[in-house]
Design a protein around this ligand. Structure first.
Ligand SMILES: [Fe+2]
Length: 453
């Protein structure tokens, strides 16, 4: 923790500077209006920085060169303390910095940060709130958390954070769901423990996924939980070695079930009947149907087919990673967006999500080549902005296939949600009326030939 000394003849000015530096950057400062007391403290304490007005007027009305007197104390004591003079001082000294009168507080703070060599990362950390919110779903696969877990209670006097789960407690999905049933949507983690907890969540998620595959049990549910956790974490902390590892693990798990020898109808049943999130269901089903039509698209067989499946699964995983709300995921056209009651912020998010996801994918090491382009085009525009009114042929063939497949799957999920009878042929017929271009209709034809055995 850095410590500062602030000196001026005006207590109010001292407090203003001290409070600004405390609130904005958590720096602690001792403040003085008495020159002798300030000199004594400089000798006795170890300050990182002294801020002093150049001169003051004493009780008899004499002008005193205060900064020079304090600087002499620094030099006499052989200290290497940094020194900022507010005003002009005709002295050259290694650690001396001058700020002209009439400065603004934010300018002074920036100078202080530069002088003290505070890094961008440190500032980002300082600016973080003391407790960081984490969506409750992220705790589904966590046991024995490495830190205490809190809930927030909002009061008129400000937020209060109350401990709900102790470090090392034996928690599981069941216990977390109990909190969820009380309408709790997020937990709060002390910022000092946040990174460690995130790492623990990701590590445990991967372990659960590996175990589920080994045992052949509850793969869909664990897979869906991991899918959600990795997308949440990607949205919150961005690309890191760990988020990439979990994302890839989640993709691998999806691929493994899709390309297993199990029949299409049993895979469909599995995903529909299991307790999985909407975004997982849709991404999984898009990959599943893609896998069925891929051999007929003339994009290769054998290894190439496997590579294309990998591509598609990556695209399915990342394409809507920034839409964490089911309501937003269901908005697929400009018309639906115009007719919705979305906030301006939500509209911006929808309009930009394809482009944002495409940029994120560019930062993921060893992603299949070219998937950023398909992700950018997954709503039909070449720049990844907005939702379509009409479709064009000026996008990649894989993006065209993805658009048709996602539409198909969205319609399936809508039927299931409305508890309507699921008739795939009828859905495809309805789609034919909405697509006029041959390259899109061709995909509908391929879907019609998918064997549902
Ligand atoms: Fe999308």
């Amino acid at each position: 923790m850095r410590k500062l000394l602030i000196f001026s003849e005006d207590e109010k000015v001292n407090k203003l500077i001290r409070d600004y530096l405390k609130v904005e950057y958590t720096f602690d400062s001792d403040i003085f209006t008495d020159l002798e007391a300030a000199k004594e403290n400089i000798s006795a304490e170890c300050y990182d920085l002294i801020i002093s007005f150049e001169r003051i007027t004493d009780a008899e009305g004499r002008s005193i060169e205060a900064a020079k007197a304090l600087l002499n104390t620094v030099i006499d004591n052989d200290l290497e303390t940094n020194f900022v003079v507010l005003g002009d001082l005709d002295v050259v000294f290694g650690n001396l910095h001058k700020i002209a009168p009439g400065f603004k507080l934010d300018f002074l703070a920036r100078e202080v940060i530069n002088i003290l060599g505070v890094t961008r990362e440190e500032i980002a950390y300082i600016k973080k709130p003391d407790y960081i919110s984490v969506p409750i779903e992220n705790f589904y696969q966590l046991n024995e958390p490495c830190c205490d877990i809190f809930i927030r209670i909002s009061k008129k006097s400000g937020d209060q954070f109350v401990k709900r789960i102790n470090q090392g407690d034996d928690i599981d999905k069941e216990s977390i769901k109990k909190y969820q049933s009380m309408n709790l949507e997020e937990f709060f983690i002390p910022k000092d423990s946040y990174d460690e907890l995130m790492a623990q969540i990701l590590t445990q998620s991967v372990k659960k996924l590996v175990d589920a595959h080994k045992k052949g049990e509850s793969i869909m549910e664990v897979s869906s939980d991991t899918f959600e956790i990795s997308q949440n974490v990607l949205d919150e902390i961005g690309i890191s070695a760990q988020t990439v590892m979990v994302a890839k693990m989640s993709i691998k798990s999806m691929m493994k079930t899709i390309s297993s020898s199990t029949t299409m109808s049993s895979l469909l049943k599995d995903i529909i009947q299991n307790e999985t999130s909407y975004s997982f269901k849709r991404s999984y089903l898009v990959s599943l149907f893609f896998y069925q039509v891929l051999p007929n698209l003339g994009w290769g067989r054998g290894d190439q087919l496997q590579q294309n499946l990998e591509k598609v699964t990556f695209i399915s995983f990342f394409h809507d990673a920034f839409l964490r709300d089911e309501k937003l995921l269901k908005i697929m056209t400009k018309k639906q967006m115009d007719e919705s009651d979305l906030t301006d912020e939500e509209i911006v998010l929808i309009n930009e999500h394809a482009n944002k996801a495409s940029t994120v994918v560019q930062g993921v090491p060893q992603c299949p080549a070219g998937i950023d382009v398909i992700i950018r085009q997954h709503h039909g525009s070449t720049n990844g902005m907005g939702l379509p009114n009409n479709y064009t042929t000026s996008i990649s063939p894989m993006a065209i296939a993805f658009i048709v497949l996602e539409d198909f799957v969205t319609r399936i999920l809508e039927k299931l949600e409305n508890r309507e009878k699921l008739n795939l042929k009828e859905i495809l017929k309805g789609m034919e009326e909405d697509y006029r271009l041959p390259s899109y209709i061709k995909i509908i034809e391929h879907l019609r030939n998918v064997s549902m055995s």
